[in-house]
Design a binder for this molecule. Structure first.
Ligand code: 5GP
Length: 191
């Protein structure tokens, strides 16, 4: 069996990566699996441990780093986020195409380790719209909203490092475009 693709999906906080992903994950032809990240951030309303994230303490996270268990990790607005390596490898060896929904520093680490990874960056229609979406979520205090917006400005400068840039004006349309991109890569002889 062919090893599955590694697909990096980045984009500023609030751009709607999760919504877009939910749409394209429904396409069974893509044989996708979502890599569940570890984080030290507190769960938001409705988020479940082991489904949305593996919620851990700072010391558990640091232990995972020291033991070399993470494919990549980064600090984002005061919290750690990282991708458990063993699970990603297991899924890819089962032939699944694995989606990593990660920020730009982590994406850089993955590209260095796995130059074949397919990378997609999702941008908002405008920075005003992004601010509206972050505020609409009502999950962070004002200070955190400001930090996320400042971070978004910096992250947007990294689009040049990605193979594809997709604007999330309409999540269903963005998802359809991503499905096509993934299918195209599944047809490549090296896949
Ligand atoms: P949030 O707190 O909004 O869920 O996530 C904050 C940022 O961290 C988002 O850009 C998200 O894509 C990113 N992120 C989530 N999981 C990981 C991970 O495992 N590694 C890295 N580097 N970033 C992650």
């Amino acid at each position: 069996m062919k090893k599955g693709l590694l697909i990096i999906m980045s984009g500023p906080s609030g751009v709607g990566k999760g919504t877009v992903r939910e749409y394209f994950m429904k396409d069974e032809e893509l044989r996708l699996a979502y890599s569940i990240s570890m984080t030290t951030r507190a769960p938001r309303n409705g988020e479940k441990d082991g489904v949305d994230y593996i919620f851990t303490t700072k010391s558990q996270f640091e232990e995972a780093i020291q033991q070399g268990k993470l494919l990549e990790w980064a600090e984002f607005v005061g919290n750690y986020y990282g991708t458990p390596m063993a699970e990603v490898e297991k899924l890819r060896n089962e032939g699944k195409n694995v989606i990593l929904e990660i920020e730009v520093q982590g994406a850089m680490q993955v590209r260095e380790k796995c130059p074949d990874a397919l990378s997609i960056f999702i941008i908002p229609p405008s920075m005003e719209e992004l601010e509206k979406r972050i505020r609409g979520r009502k999950s962070e205090p004002e200070e955190c909203v400001q930090q996320r917006l400042a971070k978004a400005e910096r992250e947007m400068k990294m689009v040049k490092d990605y193979k594809y840039v997709i604007c999330n004006d309409d999540p269903k349309l963005a998802a359809d475009i991503i499905s096509l991109i993934i299918k195209r890569h599944m047809e490549e002889p090296s896949y």
